[in-house]
Design a protein. Sequence first.
Length: 159
Amino acid sequence: MKKIWPWIFGILFGLILIAWLFAGRSDRQAYRAARGANPEATQPPPTTGDCALLAQSPANGTLVAPDAGFTASWQLQNTGSEKWSSGEVDIRYIGAQSNISLHQGENTYDLPTDVSPGASFTFSVAMLAPSDPGAYGERWELAVGKKQLCEFYLDIEVK
């Protein structure tokens, strides 16, 4: 009977490890499904809430060399009826595909200036492409406290 316990513990450990690995995989699959399997380089990402994406650089699907530095920029327009105050609205990093962050800097930024309804501003952040080839991406949001005004993202292909 004593010789069976190591086997039981080994099997339980293996099952827990497999469950943990599949849980992480489903998160990545959910992110990919949410952003679309093959984003088109010319199509701006959808936004929700009180803003619209007017321009983005680089475009989604852009090819980037491994370990290349670049700047990502989004021009966002306030489509709501209330002014966005620089002291209240934050630009926040939400997450990255496969948990590989591209941005170099903070995860939260203050809105650089007040933005009236109908006006726009540009948010730029330095990024660094990973060493390994593949598809990578980051998601960001504009938010007031816990209320999300909109979400925007960048997807690149490292080759």
